[in-house]
Each structure stands twice: as structure tokens, then as C-alpha cells.
Design a protein. Sequence first.
Length: 650
Amino acid sequence: LSSEVSALTKAADETPPVVSNLSIGNVTSNSATVTWNTNEEAYVQVEYGKTPSLGSFSGLTNVSAISHSVSLKNLSGGTTYYYRVMAKDPSGNQGLSEILSFRTKDGNSDNNDPDASFKLTQVILSNVSNTSVTINWTTNKTSYGFIQYGMDASLASSASESTQATSHSTILNGLIPSTQYRYRITAADPSGTQVASGLLLFKTSDRISEPAKPSSDAIFIPSVFEGGRFRTNLGINNLSKSVANVSITLVDKDGIVLATKTVQVEPEGLKQINSVAHFVYDNNQGQEIEGNLYLESDQQISAWASQIDNTTNDPSLLLSKRSGSTKLVIPSTANISKFTSSLVIMNVGFSDAQVALKAFSTSGSVLGRTPTPLSISPNGILTFENVLQTLGVTNNYGPLEITSLNNVPLIAISRVSSENKAGGFFEGLTYSDASTLQIIPHVVDTAEIRTNIGINNATGVVASVRVKLMSREGTQLAALPVTVPARGLTQINNVIPQLLKKNATTNVEGYIRLESNQPIFGWASEIDNKTNDPGFSISKSHGSNKLLVQSTANIGSFKSSLVVVNTGTADALVDIVARDVEGKVNGEIRGVLIPVGGFFSSSNILDKLGVNSNYGPVEVTSTNGQPLLVSSRVYSTSGTSGFFEGQSME
């Protein structure tokens, strides 16, 4: 026995922090810094807004202190803002300041400052047709100018804008359809000082009712439905710090242009267009439309679609593609009592594609194949409501291989639908993405959600795979050796209880490492136990330092989770920043420490960042260079969901 010891315990801390010395400083046209002290160490954030009801939040700091400084960014110029600060001590007691106000500087003050540098402030395209375009450009001082343009860098044509103003609208006529043009704006103020833009781009529209001619910079959404069963919403993320002018072209199943429209997306913002086919195709409201989209922009963008079942409002999420491949694999397709799989194949080449399909069983044997090649027109699509049934396969499931017999690039997607009209998308994967190490960034086992995983063998040799369940701290919780037949599929249902050898719900959350002696793919299906809605996420072989989750929500019945896995060799320091649709920061947490091999997770990331009744993209950045994997599940109170996987921004 040890010797006896005694100690006096402190009473529970029930006193909130006291805020003092509250002040505002460094006020500009778009930012301000709030500073204050607390009488004890506390975590803090600022609530602010354009009315005394406030409504916006800075991120809650993740280090406690007694001296505090929080910067408010992306504010509007010449605007009165109201704010108060919140402080929470380590015991959870929260203190609030009174509501104060400040006013940002006039955002147009440069116009009144004769010494301010002369500059172009904005360039926006409008009225883009197949033979003309309007270029709207503004300067911070009264000016006149001209636009040089042409199909190459020589810029052989020009149009003048002789009226002195700060806002200009220049129309370029006599252009060639389906053609990419370069242009430069040169402006001069009354003193003769000149300023020129860089070399910019636009593309004239394709002619309606003629074959589509997307440029080499186009990105594709291979499936758009608008009708009795489905509707399709489109999201466009602007990855640049300038306004993006985005041309959206709707193409029918045969590759013929139906309509086109140009929209603007704010810098680092998000543009969401509901029922996009009807938005683009004005003359066909109420009609059923089936086709695809391609998008072209003068800035770097990414895009995604949400194909929504009109009966259940189940959103299946589909990411855009920039290029295709001549051989693709759908990880799993089904034609069984509870699940069926559709298929859409898009030709992104310049000539007709000759395509063959081959369905495999989980053991790798061939279940069915196309007897003769299938033909797809350039920029056209081929669709199957139940692809395995078309191939003569019933009461079975397994991978599907898609081959372009004449080397024309393809992209493909397959929607797995349950009998109660809930589903999710598998995207066609290229064999070059298979590897001996794959990471599935999230698995969970609760009363609400179960997780199945699948492992696809990309080779003609049996694969030996070790399935490892990893913890938040980066430790191994369990492991299981499995084999995957050549060209086959091994599926593990309720993977966490299987790995932990438990018969009951485990309430465990983690991620999966797949270590194999042959190149493989991995995937997870997180299934809502109430609706049996399967949301699919695909494994990755490596991470990135900066990733984008294209849309997250904390609004109405929709919420978004976030999982960040550290795949590096050291602890990762991570910044998580939420933006609204206008690209303004509306919540952030910085310096999140994720152990090597560990992960961070939140069931409602925007709520954690202090963002309510809003939605928008989230950026995840490793500030010390450790690679990350990111996954986000968008889910509704009705039990339907879909996945956004973090897209590299490097």
C-alpha cells in the first residue's frame, strides 16, 4: 500500500469571463480588427452584421488567452457594422460584451483621391452569342480606352470606347461561332496615364441545333435530367480571385446544342442554379430534357451537379470532369431485389466512339457483355436505366468495365438506386488510379448510419489486402486480411463491427487503410438505417496540401459533415475556412492539430465554424505541408444524403 495523501478540491467554476478594453482598429473599406481582454483565459469569437441583430460569426479561436485580436474580413465599403464579442472559459462559462458599432471606409474612396493609382477594377462578359459579345469593364477613375482582340496573340482587331467614364460597355461584333478569342483592355485617364489588362479569353457560343464544339478548357457534367422523376441542380465554384464569366451549354443525347447561357460567379464564390436545364433552355419550360452540359470560363472553375429524385428529394452528387479515358471501371453495379444501377456514358472526343461493356461478378467471372460495339456521337451520351438487365444479368452485382474500342475518350457515371428511390453515384474510374495503398477517409457505425466498404482488384492476379481501421489519434483499432479475386470485388458489410468482432452497434468512427500486394480501388457506402439511402465515397491513394469542399450547408433541413485525414509523416496544422456564395469568409478555425495518421471530424462543420442559416464552399489547408484527404457528407433530416470529396486546389 502507498502512504496516505490528501488534497483540497476547488469548487466548480461557474463564473463567466469578463470582457474589458474592447476596441476596433485597422478599419479599411473591407476589414477591421477587434481587440479586447478577458480576466481569465478564454476561447473567443466575434458576432457581427449590418443590423443590431448581427448574424455573422468569426471562427471560434482554438487557443485560450487573455488578450484577444480578431480580424473581420470581406466587409462592404462605406457600411455601418454592429458587433459584440463572446468569450468562453475552459469550464464552458460564456460571457458577452454589449453591442457596439463601427463604419468601414468608403470602398470608392480611390475615385476621390487624385494620387490613387489608376487601375482596372472589374471585367465582366454579357450577351455572349455565337457572333458577338459585350465586355463590361470599370476603372477606379474616369477614363476612355479600347479593346484589342483576335483569335491569336496578335490581336488584329480593335474596338474603341471614347466616352470618358468609370463604367464601360464595349460590344464586339462579327465574331466566328464556336471560337476562342483573346483580348486586352487598355484604358487612359484624362492625364494620359494608361493601364492595360492582361491577356484575357472568351469563347463565342456554339450554334443552336448544330454539333457541340467545346474548347480544350471545357469541363463536363455528363448527365442532366429534367422531368417527372429527376431534376438537376448545377453548382459552379470560382477558384480564382477575379469574377468568373462562365458559359453553360446544354447538349442533347446526340451531341447537338440545345441552348447556351453566360453567368458570373463571384471571386472564390459559388453559383448554384436550380433546375439548370430549364434555366439554360428558356423555350422548353415544363418539358422533359435529357442530355449533358459543358462549361467554359475565363477563370479557373470547378463544377458539380445534384441530381435529385423528385419523389424523395434525395440528392445524388456528381462532380465535373475535364477529360476522359479509353477504359473505365464502375466499382459496383447491381440488379438485385433491393438495388438497380443506371449508366450514362459521354463521348468527350471529336469523333464517334465505339464502346464495349463487360459486367463482372464479385469473383471476377464475366456475367454479360455487349455483343456488338455501341456508337456514341461526339459530345453525345448513351444511357441505360438498368445496365445489368440490358446485358442479361439478373439477381447479381459486381464491377462494370467500359472500353472505347477506337481510343476515343469517355466519361461515365452509374446511379445505384434502392427500391424506395434513394441512391448515389459511382463515377467511372481509370485503372491508372489504382494503387497498392488506398485510404477510405471515413467509416462510421451508429444507430443512425452503417458503413459498407468495397475493394476492387484492378489486375488479373488475386490481391491480398489488409484492411485496417484507424482511430482519430492515428492508432490502429483493428485489422483484417482479405483476398480480392482477379477483376473481382470483395464487399464487407457493416465493416466496423466486422473488424472489431462485435455483434452490437459500436458507436465507433474512423477511417480505413487498404494495404495490398496488387493495385486496387476502395470505396465506402454510408447508409442511413432509416431510409437505406447509400451515399458513396471513393478511396484515394494520396492527399493534397489544399483542398476544396465545393458546397457545405447549415440551412433548413440540410447539414454537412467534414472529415480531414492526415496522410503525412508528421502532425498536421490545418486551417478550415468557410465562404459564402459571394466568396466572403463567414467562419474559420485555424491551427487545428491533426496527429500523424489521425483525423479531425465534425458532424456539422458550419455550425462548428459559427455559420448558421447559410451555405457555401469550405477550404481546408495544411499550413505545414502535410498531405490531407477530405470528405463531406451532405445530409437532410429526411435521411437522404450525398458526398463531396475534397478536390485538390494545388
